[in-house]
Design a protein around this ligand. Structure first.
Ligand code: ADP
Ligand code: MG
Length: 616
């Protein structure tokens, strides 16, 4: 299981080239290009509406499908940008591009402020808060004299690009298509990049991201602003398409319709945004034509029909229409097929390491209290560079809690921790990770829907740079290549080489633990903290893991602190052991000494010995 050979193996491409999707895209592009010549005025206007809505739905795919945050207020951002465009557009002689910049700035600032105020809300409170601002922003438009109150702003001059007046639906069509295609391209690049991986890991909660040195709040805020900016582009296009703005197209009902579009298309697919808005808008038009034939009071019945559609969707097709379309071409969806980089020895920056035997970690009298339970009681020990130290003790002794204290996952109730000479007692989990402490979790934290390569690449987050804008514009290819090479290398050395594009969810529990180790190694750690890494492994696999950990120490100079229950495994691996019982340190020493200790035997077998203190 653990690879012995460390040479790089060249792999050219993952999988054969898929001609089906390429042909489909070619036909679709040709039809798209010809559409304004083939269709009537009404249909071209409908396509324009679909394109504009698709931009908003695309933002929702990112925010909801990728980031896991539901927004019922996206139409408000369209409104902010549309009004900003209309307001500036009435001034004579100003460039519409300046208008675009202005409306995106206003939308971005508004999203930042709203995001800062609401994104820390957990559970159902975030969607509820989106309803609040989704309701109130259109109300503000309707009550401001300078924005024309409820009658809105009319007679906005047509958009002009150089000498060309973009004043007909046919001309707008190409502009909208260009923005939509660019936004899809931007989103696709973004999701495959360093910031994109943090977005895709958001659903696992903040601990996974903090453990690799990334901030989940920053990721969520960025995603929220990006989604709002897509709505902003839609708002700008809306104003120049209609040349009239009023509050009602930006109200809560519109927001819900955008959410329905994203869901109908499939929140797991970027292109689902386009398909979803097409389905919803075409269905809406059909209903408006058909319902009056059924009843002469049909003008509100479309809402009922849409509600039924929504419920049916939740029951029968949660993956959306795109899931059905792409079922045969599964690998084409975001994060799927792409070139494999040869696993190369890490070329990302590496950390400096201490000389063997220098003091690395000094744990001084640390405690943790959970209400009345003293889970860790004034425990002290030291770890020196180049050591493998085991932390053992019966279930509930406080080992995992100790690891959570050392990595900053939990706050300490008392004591002091020094790492590399720096006091890290009160440092955040993220800060501690960036200082060079990498960890795995007793309960594995991975993204099952991400590939092995992406899961490991997440670990390289703090060793690389590159923001969302550069990633979206594909200006980060060199960094991405280095990250992918490093991740492929880590996979290879833990024995998961050649399976880069398998989904992490398809691994056995034992393999998932190994994958977590690869992710931790991608952080180039000085100290590696492993919580029960051998649980779920077979005997031979355990032996290979022990060999690998020793080699890691010998060749890479990684110091290792490990919790493990399998005594054979531990005794043959570690240089020194710290034994905990009932939250306190029972004894510390070399494996031989621990094996012979009566206190330890009593603790494991449950005898009462004087030194084993009870919890408070
Ligand atoms: P070990 O890893 O040694 O098996 P833990 O560190 O997980 O033990 O747990 C030590 C004690 O602390 C247990 O009694 C456990 O129930 C308790 N504990 C751990 N985490 C929490 C928590 N978040 N809240 C309350 N009690 C906790
Ligand atoms: Mg534990």
């Amino acid at each position: 299981m653990i690879a012995q050979d460390q040479e790089s193996s060249p792999v050219d491409r993952f999988g054969p080239r898929e001609w089906g999707p390429i042909a489909l895209w070619l036909i679709a592009s040709l039809l798209g290009l010809m559409a304004p010549f083939l269709l009537g005025d009404f249909s071209v206007s409908l396509l324009n509406d679909i394109g504009i809505s698709a931009l908003v739905a695309l933002g929702l795919v990112l925010l909801t499908g990728v980031g896991g945050a539901t927004s019922f207020g996206q139409a408000a951002f369209v409104g902010i940008a549309a009004y900003a465009t209309a307001w500036l557009g009435r001034c004579e002689g100003l460039s519409p591009w300046l208008g675009l910049l202005f409306s995106l700035t206003v939308t971005g600032v508004a999203a930042c402020l709203i995001g800062l105020a609401t994104l820390r809300l957990g559970g159902h409170f975030l969607p509820l808060s989106t309803i609040a601002w989704g309701l109130s922003i259109p109300l503000v438009f309707g009550n401001m004299d300078s924005l024309g109150r409820y009658s809105g702003m009319a007679n906005i001059p047509a958009l002009g690009i150089g000498p060309v007046a973009v004043d007909t639906p046919r001309r707008m069509y190409y502009l909208i298509a260009a923005f939509l295609i660019s936004s899809l391209w931007f989103s696709r690049n973004l999701l495959r990049s360093r910031p994109g991986r943090t977005f895709r890991a958001l659903r696992s909660g903040s601990q996974l991201l903090a453990s690799v040195g990334a901030s989940s709040f920053a990721a969520r805020l960025q995603l929220f602003v990006i989604a709002a900016l897509f709505s902003g582009v839609a708002g700008w296009l809306y104003t120049y398409t209609n040349r009239f703005v009023s509050p009602s197209p930006f109200d809560l009902r519109a927001s819900i319709e955008y959410l329905l579009m994203a869901m109908a298309g499939g929140v797991g697919y970027l292109s689902g945004a386009v398909l979803g808005s097409a389905v919803v808008l075409v269905a809406g038009n059909l209903l408006q034509d058909l319902l009056p034939l059924l009843s002469n009071r049909a003008n509100q019945l479309d809402i009922v029909a849409f509600s039924l559609l929504f419920i049916a969707l939740l029951h029968f097709a949660r993956g959306g229409a795109m899931a059905l379309v792409w079922r045969q071409w599964r690998r084409v969806k975001s994060g799927g097929a792409r070139p494999v980089y040869p696993a190369a020895k890490p070329s990302l920056p590496r950390r400096e390491r201490l000389q063997i035997g220098e003091l690395l970690l000094d744990v001084d009298q640390i405690s943790k209290r959970f209400g009345g339970l003293l889970a860790v009681d004034k425990v002290s020990f030291r770890v020196y560079s180049g050591e493998i130290v085991g932390l053992i003790g019966p279930n509930g002794a406080g080992k995992s809690t100790m690891f959570n204290l050392l990595t900053g996952t939990l706050g300490k109730s008392g004591g002091r921790v020094t790492f590399l000479g720096q006091d890290i007692t009160h440092c955040s989990q993220r800060k501690i990770a960036t200082l060079g402490i990498a960890r795995t979790f007793q309960h594995v934290k991975l993204r099952p829907a991400m590939t092995l390569l992406d899961n490991v690449a997440l670990g390289a987050h703090s060793r690389s740079k590159g923001g969302a804008l550069a990633a979206g514009l594909s200006l980060n290819r060199q960094t991405e290549k280095l990250i992918a090479q490093d991740a492929a290398w880590q996979l290879k050395r833990v024995g998961l080489g050649g399976r880069e594009f398998q989904l992490a969810g398809s691994l056995s529990l034992g393999e998932q633990r190994i994958l977590e180790i690869a992710r931790a190694l991608a952080m180039d750690p000085v100290l590696l903290i492993l919580d029960e890494p051998a649980a779920g492994l077979r005997r031979l696999e355990k032996k290979e893991l022990a060999t690998f950990l020793k080699r890691l120490r010998d060749e890479d100079g990684v110091t290792i602190l490990i919790v493990e229950h399998d005594m054979d495994f531990v005794m043959n691996l570690v240089d020194r052991l710290v034994v905990m019982n009932f939250g306190a340190k029972l004894i510390e020493g070399e494996p031989g000494l621990i094996r012979a200790s009566q206190e330890v035997q009593a603790a494991y077998l449950g005898f009462d010995v004087p030194t084993a203190r009870g919890s408070a």
